[in-house]
Design a protein around this ligand. Sequence first.
Ligand code: ADP
Ligand code: MG
Length: 480
Amino acid sequence: MGISGKYEVVIGLEVHAQLQTESKLFCGDSAAFGGTPNTHISAITMGHPGTLPKTNKKAVEYAIKMGIACRCEIEKDNYFARKNYFYPDLPKGYQTSQHTTPICKGGWVTITTSEGTRDIELNRIHLEEDAGKSIHDWEEAYTCIDLNRAGVPLIEIVTEPCLHSSEEAYQYVTEIRKLVQWIGVCDGNMEEGSLRCDANVSIRLKGEKKLGTKVEVKNLNSIRNVKKAIDYEVERMIAIVEKGGTITQQTRSFNADNDTTFSMRDKEEANDYRYFACPDLAPFHLTDEFINTIKAGLPTLPNQLSATYQQDFGLSAYDAAQLCDEKATADYFNETAKESKHYKAIVNWITGPIKQYLNDSGLAIGQLKLSATTLAALIQLIDDGKVNFSVAATKIFPVLLQGDKQPMQVAEELNLLQVSNSNELEAWVDEAIAKMPDKAAEYKKGKKGLIGLFVGEVKKLSKGKADPKVVTELLQQKLN
Ligand code: ADP
Ligand code: MG
């Protein structure tokens, strides 16, 4: 057992997801990403005296959606608290957050790693507002502040300290990202910071019950960086402990230029934020009716859908997972499956030529100009033996993307229809046999594997238009 086998890694993740509401959490200012700096700000965002915030109902609804998707218990009696601290990007001098009553409690998210499937327990999901942005590289001598983001609604999804490897962390964030996008509460864009992750990491000797001292790596802005930051931290901590040192509780930051972390501040004692209930915001009560309406409006979740695909459509777990990677992909599959029973063929098209085309052209599946009906017709054309898959993918598919032609029409216009008329085929078959008399003799003596050679020759002679199934039958008749 190596050094790393002596220790158990413990990780707890905090994911902040910006809710894709039109307006901010407590006022009508735009919650859109970017914009000319300091244009999405009113007196309420700035916390001017005498202004009155009002809770955005849509944000509450989105938080509940995520809670239901993660099987959390929904808190009915909520209030907002002020978390007081000073920072230049926090105009009010406090962040409005939830303190003792997170809107969602408990719950879990199922992940799959190379070790199998596991439920990652959640501690809570709470609602809070985002802060503004400090920009350090615009002016040499100054830091610039853009408050457009201040007050944008966030949910913070907090796990128990129950993850045990960077791979689990990677899969967990992948799953959260997929879920928020799936149910439409967050765009999941990590580059723009709509989804950010703080990783809390500690190590302890295997078998030890007490948690080790943790460090918190802040603001990881890609799933790969979550993994890299944890890998680096675990190695750093083991090295310290192996040398007889002790871990100091710290807040650290990840440097993506060299995949290391560095200390931002030591965190010897907990900050005192002097939380108190916000006097400007009335506590709010959620009725069963409100919660049930939200529940009823949720789409089928990816895990459930994947199970359905396997049970009802006979797809493999791998294929089902590929379809459930993104809701728009699953929707497209569902549409096509209404018109064609060739489920496996639909998957092959979606994960093959369609995916390739979307990647190459930088488009999302929602922008694909190939209707489910047309794809179903194309699949039928192949099943009927009119064209083969390769011709369909390389010759017909690109034309279908250009406009509203039908697959059969394109196949006719481009003269691509396979010939299964046996008179024409017979001529090619005879020609192929005549070309290779010695191979024909060997075949007759029992070298049956040579059939492929003749099929290939007929394919060549017919310029790919001979139906291989019929050709094989004809060859067998003639050669035997
Ligand atoms: P804090 O008050 O520092 O934010 P919390 O108790 O709220 O700490 O936990 C924040 C996150 O850190 C949670 O995801 C939790 O699971 C995780 N966490 C807490 N203690 C540890 C630890 N010793 N090792 C790893 N993760 C931890
Ligand atoms: Mg924290």
